[in-house]
Design a protein around this ligand. Structure first.
Ligand code: PLP
Length: 409
């Protein structure tokens, strides 16, 4: 009899977003006349920018022509895109990253989830708490996390680094030994960031201990403040200890188009082995290249017209973030994030759990958000709202919130 991968059976029964979907469905059925506004999930709402649509059309024409048709893409990405990324995202920021250190993929989720495959099963992972669930779940599947405790909401072999208002959402260096350290800056779900100085502490720690930092910069385009690094490679020493993940989903609306990339500097060596070589082997074996059409669209993201149009899109979402941030402040909420990220993280009213606040918001305002506890035990008592809705819906949601009897001071 075939044995299944029993690590999959270790997951707790309910998945955050499916529980939310069920609750929203039940609410809509009971209240068919109410207009529900969703500020819960992190998907974008604006259509693709014109310069990207043009590039897609152009690439489709090429694919329909024998002379310009493209079959399998190079496993690691077309050089036109890798070179553009190296120049625009790294060299221009003073980071010496070469085109062949960039691995093009179908998005950051796959890369963040798959990267753990090149490390030994015995490696201990450290994650911020709350955290983007993919980092932990992909390690659960690989059998690296021990067992799940329903009471504490923690896995026995995972090092949790609480990020709460009390420590300014800055994780402390782990007391336990950690091999793989996941950092997400700007952060999902808290919307907070680390400054260059704060990140330098981690780079120094990883270089001293031999740990590897897995740095998720999916929200890089939202950074507004000068002291927040756009890449971990802005920090001296990062090339010998860090892997960086980037996405085209949130800067260019590619959530349904699919494109991302991972950077592994050749100097990053562990156990005498270049991680670059391992990932090249893994990527080449299990991934057959992002589509030509999509990589051409990715290239257009860096064109002058593309950059200008996408700057406007980011500004549109960040105006929503401001509306949410200011609205919550107005009703006396404790609010974080929303300045360098499209996520707003608020403290729920005293005496309430994150899920109780979810129910209250849905019931009294027909607004959907995400309970902080769904991102980890230290997320309890917090709640995430996203700036990815339309401006009109965002304004309306905040007007409704301001009228909520239980929120008015
Ligand atoms: N990393 C973080 C922190 C995210 O929040 C998300 C999406 O919400 C992703 C990665 C996934 O990015 P992609 O759409 O490129 O797979």
């Amino acid at each position: 009899m075939v044995k299944v991968n029993e690590n999959y059976l270790k997951f707790p029964g309910s998945y955050l977003f499916s529980t939310i979907a069920k609750k929203v469905k039940a609410y809509i059925e009971a209240n068919p006349d109410k207009k529900v506004i969703r500020l819960g999930i992190g998907d974008v709402t604006m259509p693709l920018a014109p310069s990207i649509v043009d590039a897609l059309h152009g690439a489709v024409e090429e694919m329909g022509n024998a002379e310009t048709f493209h079959g399998y893409a190079p496993d690691l990405g077309y050089s036109f895109l890798r070179e553009t990324i190296a120049k625009e995202d790294y060299i221009k920021r003073g980071c010496q990253i070469e085109a062949d250190e960039i691995f093009v993929s179908d998005g950051a989720k796959s890369d963040c989830g798959n990267i753990q495959e090149i490390f030994d099963e015995s490696c201990i992972i450290a994650v911020c708490d709350p955290v983007y669930p993919v980092y932990v779940d992909s390690n659960v599947m690989a059998g690296r996390t021990g067992t799940y405790d329903e009471v504490t909401g923690k896995w026995s072999k995972v090092v949790y680094m609480p990020c709460t208002a009390e420590n300014g959402f800055v994780p402390e260096l782990p007391k336990e030994a950690a091999d793989l350290i996941y950092l997400c800056v700007p952060n999902n779900p808290t919307g907070t960031t680390l400054t260059r100085d704060q990140l330098k502490v981690w780079v120094d720690y990883a270089n001293e201990t031999g740990a590897v930092i897995l740095y998720d910069a999916a929200y890089e385009a939202y950074i507004a403040e000068d002291n927040v690094p756009h890449s971990i490679y802005e920090i001296e020493g990062a090339k010998t200890c860090a892997i960086e993940f980037r996405s085209f989903s949130k800067n260019a609306g590619f959530t349904g188009v699919r494109l991302g990339f991972t950077v592994i500097p050749k100097e990053l060596i562990r156990g005498g082995v270049a991680l670059h070589a391992l990932w090249a082997r893994r990527h080449g074996t299990k991934f057959n290249g992002a589509p030509y059409i999509i990589q051409k669209a990715g290239e257009a993201v860096y064109s002058e017209a593309g950059k200008a149009q996408l700057k406007e899109q980011v500004a549109y979402y960040m105006r929503n973030a401001r509306v949410i941030y200011d609205g919550l402040k107005e009703v006396g909420c404790e609010v974080y994030g929303g300045v360098n990220a499209p996520y707003i993280w608020l403290r729920v009213p005293e005496g309430m759990t994150s899920w109780e606040f979810f129910d209250l918001l849905l019931e009294e305002a027909s607004v959907v958000g995400t309970p902080g506890s769904g991102f980890g035990p230290s997320g309890e008592g917090y709640f995430r709202l996203t700036a990815f809705g339309t401006y009109e819906n965002t304004v309306e949601a905040m007007e409704r919130l301001k009228k909520m009897p239980s929120l008015r001071k």
